[in-house]
Design a protein around this ligand. Structure first.
Ligand code: GLC
Length: 750
């Protein structure tokens, strides 16, 4: 070969190698776009292979096509961490010794950070753990709207406001999917309570559906690009959400352009014909009759298994829908398990622990701090009394499908002891006994919380410990047991359980420096609110719970969380309870003889959920949506707009100067609510449409600019079935919370 040719070939191979490293390793590059690979794979599959692919083969997996080298699809819970491996067809864990995870804070806490960067950190970290465990679908995040404070699963979701949920869910999805793992946003849609979750038929206006309950899912699809979505258990318009034509075809596919996989909730499919025609792609967990039927693989009894194949073979249905389902699943496979470039992930790493701690510290909300009792001043402290079961009880085990087997979980008491060290004495008393159990799905906490003492004995000990302490910190709230913050059950009332109110009130009498930390994923009543100087919303914070709480309580971290839902003073202050029909139509509930009856529930409060209701009814909440204090203070200047009038294709920007007038660095969340002064349909007084979290050093000030377009001014006109921004007068309401208003700017839409 002559020199010239050699040189050319050498140059070419160098170019190819360089270009490969510039994009992706050549040896892995299939060169074909995913859609071509999907079509090619589909055309090679037999009818039986296609039907096997669209339903579960085990508790958390569905079949691939070994003959073609197409792998199985493996799903895993949950939204706060990667569930321990389970046995093939069981809920109980398999007892592996290499699947302990990092538990991240519950999504209410993530939402309370009001910081999309925390969402991305969260998604990336949990996605790395799912990837390392070789899971293709992470069954989360959940974004159902907080309609009632009694909903057992509110802790898994992002609060009462559609804009906050929509903004915070997108970076989580992207973070997960960067790992080659599909997010699976749930539970689509209208799963706003656990009571009768399989049989409640939700009825509501299209306005409420489009303005309140769908936006987070729409953002997940159109901005987050979620690769899968989970149908919910409940019914809507008389059809189960897992095979609901309106939700899964008309809205999800036709209006939003979703190209991912619709996964059923476990046992959420009830009808083969509907599942075929109404857009259910991948059926999981429909209660295999692995006992009496004696079939080789009970999963073949699933609605989208043999029954479907039979209909096809009898010529009663075609294979058009089958191919659509298989195409969606193949697309997910090529995006996940067959993506040759995805990263390797990691499990239980120090980095993941630190990510969880960071998110926790940013999500903790300082609700009240009279006389600046907080932060605890360790230099002037000899003794800290810690009271309450939630100071020691593990919260990562239990609560339903989000339950975890963690590498570690630092309790509030341990976190405080670690931080305080020898600087002060930390003395503990139980205060009350709530739920001494510690096991879920075979995962054991190993804690022995058994305590047979009477309520009075426990209280006496607590008061004894507390009366001469420099600080008393009460850790109470809810837990992950039934009728607390737990899947498949709702709470019976707004109040704290286990007679905690009595303990708190008595502690307040013996020590003025009482701090109450409410560990929960839901609002609770606080009859003692005026007797307790400092109150902290502590959330379920995961593996680094104690570290994060101690950091805020002693002041290493300046709290910057803001409430993602309203704390009502009483249940009647909530639209769903004032107007009903939570938990369902009364007459039907009274008449229904067994759990299987469909119960109708109309959302009479319509769009007036959360602060929208409180504003409309002029109710003073215990603590308002968006509320959260700091150890420093922020002063806002007078806000201004870059224009007085805007047109429909314009944007408008509002600028406000924020100054840290305190003595330490802090973060503030500047919130922008839009108020439509005159509209042809009833509208909330104001609605959150933008926010920004800013970090300011002492004395530092920053111009914060929030820009919105006509979308932020629009409401959904369900008569016309479209979003409408009506010309007229509007106000931009700038606040440090939905009630702490710092400035208002009027403007007009032409
Ligand atoms: C549960 C939950 C769902 C979970 C699934 C698998 O019933 O509703 O959120 O992902 O089943 O555990």
């Amino acid at each position: 070969m002559n020199m010239k040719l050699k040189t050319m070939l050498l140059g070419l191979s160098v170019m190819t190698a360089l270009s490969a490293f510039a994009q992706k390793p050549v040896y892995l590059d299939t060169g074909k776009p995913i859609e071509e690979r999907v079509k090619d794979a589909l055309n090679r599959m037999t009818l039986e292979e296609k039907v096997k692919m669209i339903h579960a083969q085990s508790k958390f997996s569905s079949a691939g096509v070994p003959r073609l080298g197409i792998p199985e699809v493996w799903a895993t819970d949950g939204p706060h961490g990667i569930r321990p491996e389970v046995l093939w067809d069981e809920w109980d864990q398999a007892g592996w010794t290499n699947d302990s995870c990092i538990a991240y804070p519950a999504l209410t806490c993530l939402s309370a950070t009001w910081n999309p960067e925390m969402s991305h950190l969260y998604g990336k970290s949990i996605g790395e753990e799912a990837r390392y465990r070789k899971k293709d679908i992470l069954l989360g995040p959940g974004v159902n709207i907080y309609r009632t404070p009694l909903n057992g699963r509110n802790f898994e979701y992002m609060g009462e406001d559609p804009y906050l949920s929509a903004t915070m869910v997108v970076p989580y999805i992207k973070g997960v999917q960067e790992n080659g793992v599909a997010a699976c946003v749930k539970h689509y849609a209208l799963n706003n309570q656990e009571f009768n979750r399989h049989t409640t038929n939700v009825q509501l206006s299209d306005r409420a559906l489009y303005e309140i309950y769908l936006p987070a899912f729409k953002a997940a699809v159109q901005e987050g690009g979620t690769w899968s979505i989970m149908g919910s258990y409940n019914l809507y318009q008389g059809q189960h959400a897992c095979h609901n034509k309106r939700l899964l075809k008309d809205i999800l596919r036709d209006e939003w352009g979703f190209d991912g996989v619709v996964v059923s909730d476990w046992g959420g499919v009830h009808n083969t014909e509907q599942a075929i025609r109404n857009g259910m792609d991948l059926e999981f967990g429909s209660w295999t009759n692995g006992l009496s039927a004696g079939t080789r693989n009970a999963y073949d009894n699933y609605y989208l298994a043999f029954p479907y194949l039979k209909l096809i073979k009898e010529g009663k249905v075609g294979t058009k829908e089958l191919d659509e389902k298989v195409i969606n699943i193949l697309r997910l496979i090529f995006r996940t398990s067959m993506d040759p470039y995805k990263p390797f992930g990691s499990l239980g790493s120090p980095e993941h622990g630190q990510a969880g701690r960071k998110i926790a510290e940013e999500g903790i909300v300082l609700l009240q701090n009279k006389n600046n009792v907080l932060p605890v001043d360790l230099n002037k402290t000899k003794k800290i009394a810690v009271i309450g079961e939630n100071a020691i009880k593990m919260m990562t085990v239990g609560g339903g499908s989000s339950s975890l087997k963690v590498k570690y979980e630092i309790s509030p008491l341990d976190g405080l002891k670690n931080r305080v060290g020898s600087q002060a004495e930390v003395v503990y008393a139980r205060g009350y006994v709530g739920d001494p159990t510690g096991e879920y799905n075979g995962v054991k906490t190993g804690q022995d919380l058994k305590d047979d003492r009477s309520e009075d004995e426990l209280l006496a000990e607590a008061l004894q410990v507390a009366k001469d302490a420099d600080y008393v910190i009460f850790f109470g709230g809810l837990n992950k047991s039934n009728h607390q913050d737990c899947e498949d059950s709702d709470r019976a009332s707004l109040g704290l359980p286990y007679a905690q109110d009595r303990v708190i009130s008595e502690l307040a009498k013996v020590n003025k420096k009482l701090i109450v930390v409410n560990i929960s994923g839901n609002a609770v009543a606080m009859p003692w609110v005026n007797d307790v100087p400092a109150i902290v919303q502590g959330w379920f914070l995961g593996s680094e719970a104690g570290t994060a709480l101690a950091s805020v309580l002693v002041g290493d971290t300046n709290p910057s969380g803001k409430l993602p839902f309203t704390f009502p003073a009483k249940l009647e202050d909530v639209g769903a309870h004032k107007l009903g029909e939570y938990p369902g139509n009364k007459e039907e509930l009274a008449k229904s003889k067994h759990r299987g009856d469909t119960i109708n529930e109309t959302y009479h409060e319509d769009i007036f959920v959360g602060y929208r209701w409180a504003d409309k009814e002029k109710i003073k909440p215990l603590f308002p949506f968006g509320h959260g204090l700091s150890y420093t203070t922020f002063v806002y200047g007078k806000p201004s707009a870059d224009k007085k009038t805007m047109t429909a294709d314009d944007t408008i920007s509002f600028t406000v100067n924020v100054k840290n007038t305190g003595t330490r660095e802090g973060q503030e969340v500047v919130q922008l609510y839009i108020s439509d002064k005159k509209s042809s349909l009833p509208r909330p007084v104001k609605e959150l449409k933008a926010f920004q979290k800013v970090r300011l050093a002492p004395g530092e000030e920053k111009e914060v600019t929030l820009t919105v377009d006509k979308k932020a001014l629009s409401f959904f006109d369900d008569g016309k079935h479209e979003w409408v921004a009506e010309p007229g007068k509007f106000e931009a309401v700038i606040g440090s919370s939905s009630r702490d208003i710092r400035g208002i700017v009027s403007f007009e839409l032409k």
